[in-house]
Design a protein around this ligand. Structure first.
Ligand SMILES: O=P(O)(O)OC[C@H](O)CO
Ligand SMILES: [Mg+2]
Length: 241
């Protein structure tokens, strides 16, 4: 990871941007954490951030398999049954999803400057629609959205599938992956972006172990800290978020 404590040099130039959704644009990771804590408590186990790190960003069934196997409850609860139980609680939480700080400002800025932007999320369509119910106008600024249940996404993050599919749906000739900047919060997502040959800015939850920061090109504590100029993107015209 680069050191950003000194005067930054310009990287890029970046021409296209891909946003992760859960935990990056939307404050939805807390819902998964809460529900998984409730389910594990029934087995007298606690949910911690090392397990969270292994699950976040992945497709639902892939995360579910990690959950039941890593916690040793797979004989009592299958991955499929875990998803059914989790769903009952999540579907009431998702419509309350809120944007994370700086998300709206950054998306609107890049769109206004004509930078092609899109979303690549492990969420499947039904969850995407519940989570974005109150944010339709902002998500309409995206050129496209690639979801975890898209036929082109054979494997979830950390496989590069979703980012390669997202890159391939921009207009014009194929985009050089080195000119694409991905924003991610999850270790699996950062790896997926690097596996796709792209640059990645990580905005990790502070409870995530810092060993997960190593792979990213830049670490920010919030999207509010992002400086587009560093990546050769158009500068903000004001400092409001
Ligand atoms: O972080 P995302 O947007 O890829 O979503 C992945 C899961 O739905 C939640 O971890
Ligand atoms: Mg995420």
């Amino acid at each position: 990871m680069a050191n950003f404590s000194t005067t930054p040099s310009v990287k890029g130039p970046i021409t296209h941007v891909i946003f992760d959704m859960d935990g990056l644009l939307l404050d939805t990771e807390k819902f998964y954490t809460e529900v998984q804590q409730i389910i594990l408590a029934r087995y007298n186990k606690t949910f911690d951030w090392s397990l969270k790190a292994k699950m976040m960003g992945r497709k639902a069934i892939e995360a579910a398999q990690v959950f039941v196997q890593e916690t040793g409850i797979s004989d009592s609860l299958s991955a499929e049954d875990f998803l059914v139980e989790r769903e009952e609680m999540l579907q009431h939480m998702f419509p309350t999803s809120e944007l994370l700080p700086g998300a709206s400002h950054l998306v609107r800025h890049l769109h206004a400057k004509g930078i092609p932007i899109c979303v690549a999320t492990g969420s499947h369509r039904r969850h995407f629609e519940l989570k974005t119910q109150r944010h339709g106008e902002l998500f309409s600024l995206m050129h496209h959205v690639v979801l975890g249940d898209d036929p082109e996404v054979k494997k979830g993050k950390p496989s590069p599938d979703i980012f390669l599919a997202a890159a391939g749906r921009f207009e014009g000739s194929p985009v050089d992956p080195k000119k694409i900047l991905v924003f991610e919060d999850a270790p699996s997502g950062v790896l997926a972006a690097k596996n796709a040959g792209m640059h990645v800015v990580m905005v990790p939850d502070p409870r995530l172990d810092i060993s997960h920061h190593e792979t990213a090109d830049q670490i920010l504590s919030s999207l509010l800290e992002f400086d587009p100029v560093y990546w050769g993107l158009p500068a903000f015209e004001n400092v409001e978020s």
